[in-house]
Design a protein around this ligand. Structure first.
Ligand code: ZN
Length: 327
């Protein structure tokens, strides 16, 4: 493995992770939802200690759920994924919560899936929540990759998109690749003026991240530009494309997001749940769900091709290489 680093600026991934079935580094094994490594305890949703990978706080009728690995630009490992799921579950189950806000601690919302931090945990078993599939651990090749990604990426994102309470993403700084997936599953997005977005995984030979919402949230032509160039686009461009609802100065991000959340929270909960479901159903009738299913196959052809002809399923690209390639 060449992607282990303690340097936050080098560990921030630009893409995604999917080395299921390959060898993991020693000394980092842990079991579902209780990972404790380097001050990162992942019992998200049960307490709100500052050292957790996901923090849960209540602010009136709003649950504030915060990705909390700022040292690694909130790179999403499995521990964070399951802590996030636990936090969302807690918010959905709490009658006093009407709206959820998803935030990122520090200067960046989320730099993507963890492809290079010391807390990378692709070969660790967790209690699966999203789909009925077998554990990826102990499997090889596409068997392992498919099992892992249909659970923690496509399946988990779909599960979150279908939560019956509105979710608002509050985005500052980097929102890259897997970070886009987390923002996109939210119903509304409020972006700071310094927010920037990208899905650069075509550089790995992969046609976009697993939750392939690109044509629906960006429009087909801009989606192609984003994928073909891998370049960042800013909050204003995201607003023009209809991907975000509000762009505000960084200093006003929290205030603007909570004002929107409080406004939404005044509506009747069942009405909100039905309205959310109505739009989601129509989005799926516009092809999003079957589109994602079909593209998930292309995504895994790309991983398998990479594993067959290059160093690994990510075409030998780690976080550092992706950063270097993107200039
Ligand atoms: Zn993948």
């Amino acid at each position: 493995m060449t992607d282990t680093t303690d340097q936050a600026d080098e560990a921030a991934p630009a893409g995604e992770t999917s080395r299921g079935g390959e060898t993991s580094r020693g000394g980092e094994t842990s079991r579902g939802g209780e990972t404790s490594r380097g001050g990162e305890t992942s019992r998200g949703g049960e307490t709100s200690r500052g050292d957790e990978v996901v923090r849960y706080e209540q602010r009136g009728a709003v649950a504030v759920i915060t990705l909390n690995r700022p040292r690694y630009r909130n790179a999403q490992n499995s521990a964070m994924t399951y802590a996030l799921d636990a936090a969302f579950t807690r918010a959905v189950n709490a009658d006093e919560i009407a709206v959820m806000v998803l935030a990122g601690a520090g200067d960046h919302f989320c730099a993507g899936h963890d492809i290079g931090t010391p807390g990378r945990d692709v070969d660790v078993s967790f209690d699966r929540q999203a789909v009925l599939w077998w554990d990826h651990v102990g499997k090889a090749g596409a068997d392992a990759r498919y099992a892992r990604e249909i659970e923690v990426y496509l399946g988990m994102c779909r599960r979150w998109r279908e939560m019956p309470k509105p979710a608002i993403a509050m985005v500052q700084g980097a929102c890259i690749a897997g970070g886009l997936m987390l923002a996109w599953v939210c119903d509304l997005i409020v972006a700071a003026q310094d927010a920037f977005f990208a899905d650069p995984v075509v550089r790995m030979g992969i046609p976009g991240v697993e939750y392939f919402a690109h044509p629906w949230v960006l429009g087909p032509r801009f989606a192609k530009e984003v994928l073909f160039t891998g370049e960042r686009f800013g909050a204003q461009r995201a607003y023009q494309a209809g991907m975000v609802n509000r762009v505000v100065p960084r200093a006003e991000l929290a205030e603007a997001t909570f004002a929107l959340a409080d406004r939404v929270a005044t509506m009747p909960p069942f009405g909100l749940a039905l309205a959310k479901r109505a739009v989601n159903q129509c989005e799926d009738l516009m092809g999003m769900r079957p589109g994602m299913d079909s593209v998930f196959g292309l995504h895994h052809v790309a991983h398998a091709h990479n594993a067959e002809v290059s160093a690994d399923s990510l075409a030998g690209m780690d976080a550092r290489a992706m950063k270097r390639a993107s200039g």
